[in-house]
Design a protein around this ligand. Structure first.
Ligand SMILES: [Zn+2]
Length: 124
């Protein structure tokens, strides 16, 4: 097996720190907060690294806030913890995922901070 890269090493240390189990499976990444478990397709790129950070962020953030606020807080957590600055591609992915969640939660009005995070991709 190949040596773990710095992203995989960082994820492994966060899983340990937050006592989270991880399951690698294809498809959409997911966090199960009550089970303290994250499901990810792997950590093989900067994009999958950020997505994994976001899912771990869901466990760190918990279930108290509204759906969209939890998404925002999990991304803010990922931004704070990441060992690299996200490039524009990653910021665009984050924007697209936030937009998808917004479409999936038409009952909720996104906060100003949510909209600000969605705009972040284009101004850094
Ligand atoms: Zn999420």
């Amino acid at each position: 097996m190949a040596e773990p890269n710095r992203f995989q090493i960082h994820i492994a240390s966060l899983l340990k720190e937050y006592d989270i189990s991880l399951e690698v499976r294809p498809g959409r990444a997911q966090a199960n907060v009550p089970k303290h478990r994250v499901y990810i397709p792997g950590v093989y790129s900067i994009k999958t690294y950020f997505i994994t950070l976001h899912e771990i962020g869901h466990l760190a953030v918990g279930l108290d806030a509204s759906k969209l606020e939890r998404e925002r807080l999990a991304w803010e957590w990922a931004r704070e913890k990441s060992i690299v600055k996200p490039n524009q591609d990653i910021r665009q992915v984050i924007c697209a995922l936030l937009f998808r969640h917004q479409c999936e939660a038409p009952e909720e009005t996104p906060s100003e901070l949510y909209m600000k995070l969605m705009r972040w991709w284009q101004n850094e």
